[in-house]
Design a protein around this ligand. Structure first.
Ligand SMILES: *[C@@H]1O[C@H](CO)[C@@H](O)[C@H](O)[C@H]1NC(C)=O
Length: 123
């Protein structure tokens, strides 16, 4: 009887750790991925930007990129909107589902793009 109860201990400890750390901890190493790939080689060149929520557990919201002086006229603001200098927001800040990718293209000399900020929405 006691040994049967004891066999539950590791499971309860594991459950406690998961609940205690919350789901955010599970996403710590899965920061959103930003890739920029040249897909057109004319003048000007064309680039494809891909942003992926690489966390398999939680939606990522309010994903902002550093985007230098990217002009809004190059892309639909619903997909990528310029908030200020070096601050652009992906998909209007709406949640990207776990592992969801968003991509858009622009035709211009390359703008440097990198992750600026985001939140995981785990609750
Ligand atoms: C971006 O360009 C690539 C290569 O031309 C194309 O495969 C892709 O569908 C384009 N994406 C969008 C969102 O238009």
């Amino acid at each position: 009887m006691l040994s049967k109860l004891l066999s539950w201990v590791p499971i309860l400890v594991a459950l406690f750790l998961i609940l205690h750390h919350g789901w955010a901890a599970r996403c710590e190493k899965n920061i959103p991925i930003v890739q920029q790939i040249q897909v057109g080689f004319g003048k000007p060149p064309k680039f494809m930007v891909v942003v992926q929520n690489s966390c398999p557990m939680c939606p990522a919201i309010d994903v902002h990129l550093k985007c230098a002086e990217f002009p809004q006229s190059l892309v639909d603001p619903r997909v990528f909107s310029v908030v200020g200098y070096d601050d652009c927001v992906v998909d209007g800040g709406l949640p990207l589902a776990p592992l969801q990718k968003i991509s858009f293209n622009y035709t211009h000399d390359r703008f440097s793009m990198s992750l600026k900020s985001w939140s995981f929405q785990c609750e």
